[in-house]
Design a protein around this ligand. Structure first.
Ligand code: NAD
Length: 504
């Protein structure tokens, strides 16, 4: 463990602020691993005054960074990807130590960082604007995209490094600077990533404040980001109540935001689908990352004709789930992020029972140092009970039957969140209906693969209470830039649009 920390530049005590220099004289925070409760290192939070100086540096760095040609900015992102490749094993291990996901998933998360860097390098030569025919003679109409400013990136604990990289790789090629406020549950991975970015920027001779960091509580540092007009875009990933608060504050000052909030993923298992694919997709979607993904499978809606068979086979898989130290190869489920998350899960299970649901398996705390281990739970429910409509950020899976595909889609859509959904079917009409305007209302809708594990190539995000934001691939980059439309007149005369004449 010490070797991993050392190789990533983590000391016993670490300043939690960076904008060219490392600062942090606020509250000291001991970071403990959910694996066994052991202390990993101490982080010094930034004070509001230090935050102000960090933001001022990030804002100043934008003035020069935005003038660097986009393909040159892409070269920096290419080097960032290469540096992440070099540090992949160590960074993945730190993710596991600090957050508790399995090492396999930690490696996958760092791979996702590398993938988005590769994507962004190509993008740096493709920040296309459109040209349109003008309605006026000898005029030209065009759109172009300019850098936006400082992007405040506020991240959740469950993807402690990937979400930063989704935002940072795009923001950098778009000519923006990044100021990151990570979750207080995962500050060490944030320090490690910032050190990697610092090295790359210094190697190129660019201002290292282009990738800044401010570690501190959401209610103080987060709110400073939300309210400061120097932050042009706030990219917020977190819970629905958090997003509601951030959205209001940013909107109040007419800032821009990308909201990536809670999910309530469902899989529809049709009798016309492959049962093995359904079982594997649901099982991984529900227990992967110990049910702590925004795209985790929380509901499974099964056709009544195969309901009993599906339930019994899923219960068999649950009984055999290897739970334990997430660094070990055979382990599929590690701890929850902290003891509070375990208590939230236990409370949700009590509510399920009180609302008429039946617990089929799981929800038992396991005796283990650190106290964050619990068995995954399946509850049988008659439909979207009040507790089912909430996102419980833990491995609780709700199982419900359906009769017609229309009824299944209504159940799938019958929650306030709209992030991830899936159908398992080999029947083309069913899958097409699911993908049509009458189908899933989510930002992600999959066929014959589960709700979790999105690729970076597509735009990622969801509807309704998930917040409507999009990050990552496709044309998500447009949110990180300022659009400008120009009319260019080369006629030698003044002609107004819409045929309006001006007699002088
Ligand atoms: P959280 O809402 O507790 O915290 C998220 C971040 O918000 C943290 O960095 C926190 O410090 C910060 N924060 C708290 N108060 C703030 C304030 N007043 N202003 C600004 N920032 C503030 O979420 P969490 O427990 O870390 O993560 C789990 C949640 O995140 C789940 O709801 C999950 O679905 C969601 N999530 C969504 C996505 C997505 O892409 N849609 C991805 C990952 C996680």
């Amino acid at each position: 463990m010490q070797e991993v920390l050392k190789s990533l530049g983590i000391s016993a005590v670490n300043p939690g602020g960076f904008a060219g220099e490392w600062t942090g004289s606020g509250k000291a925070q001991v970071v403990a691993s959910p694996i066994d409760g052991s202390a990993l290192a101490t982080v010094m939070n930034v004070t509001p005054q230090e935050f102000d100086a960090i933001l001022a540096r990030s804002h100043a760095a934008f003035a020069t960074w935005k003038l660097v040609p986009a393909p040159k900015r892409g070269e920096v992102v290419k080097a960032l990807g290469d540096e992440l490749r070099r540090n992949k094993a160590a960074l993945a291990e730190l993710v596991t130590l600090e957050m508790g996901k399995t090492l396999r998933e930690g490696l996958g998360e760092v791979q996702e960082m590398i993938d988005i860097c590769d994507f962004a390098v190509g993008l740096s030569r493709q920040l296309y604007g459109l040209t349109m025919p003008s309605e006026r003679k000898q005029h030209r109409l065009q759109e172009q995209w300019h850098p936006l400013g400082v992007v405040g990136v506020i991240t959740a604990f469950n993807f402690p490094v990937a979400v930063w990289s989704w935002n940072t790789a795009l923001a950098l090629v778009c000519g923006d600077t990044v100021l990151w406020k990570p979750s207080s549950k995962t500050p060490l991975t944030a320090i490690a990533c910032t050190k990697i970015a610092e090295k790359v920027l210094r190697d190129f001779g660019y201002d290292p404040a282009i990738c800044s960091l401010a570690i501190g509580k959401g209610s103080d540092i987060g709110d400073l980001i939300n309210t400061d007009p120097r932050v042009a875009l706030v990219s917020y990933t977190g819970s629905v109540p958090g997003g509601r608060h951030v959205g209001k504050l940013v909107q109040e000052r007419f800032g821009r935001h990308i909201l990536e909030l809670g999910g309530n993923g469902a899989v529809i298992v049709s009798e016309k689908g492959d049962l093995d694919i359904a079982l594997r997709s649901v099982y991984f979607g529900a227990i992967g990352t110990s049910g702590q993904r925004c795209t985790s499978t929380r509901r499974v809606i099964v056709h009544e004709s195969i309901y009993g068979t599906f339930r019994d086979r899923l219960l068999d898989l649950y009984r055999q789930t290897p739970i334990g130290d997430p660094r070990e190869d055979e382990i599929l489920m590690g701890p929850l992020v902290d003891a509070g998350a375990v208590e939230t899960m236990l409370a949700a299970i009590q509510t399920v029972k009180a609302e008429g649901g039946k617990i089929l398996i799981g929800g038992e705390k396991l005796p283990h140092p650190g106290g964050c281990y619990i068995t995954p739970c399946i509850a049988e429910v008659p439909g979207n009970l009040a507790i089912v409509r909430e996102e419980t950020f833990a491995p609780v899976l709700y199982l419900m039957p359906y009769r017609t595909i229309e009824e299944a889609i209504a159940l799938q859509n019958g929650v306030p969140q709209g992030l991830s959904s899936a159908i398992i079917t080999d029947h083309q009409s069913e899958s097409e209906l699911f993908l049509s305007a009458a189908g899933s209302d989510c930002g992600l809708a999959n066929v014959n693969t589960g709700t979790s594990g999105a690729e970076i190539g597509g735009a990622f995000g969801g509807e309704k209470e998930t917040g409507g934001g999009r990050e990552s691939g496709s044309d998500a980059w447009k949110a990180y830039m300022r659009r400008q439309t120009s009319a260019i007149n080369f006629s030698g005369k003044v002609e107004l649009a819409q045929g309006i004449t001006l007699e002088l």
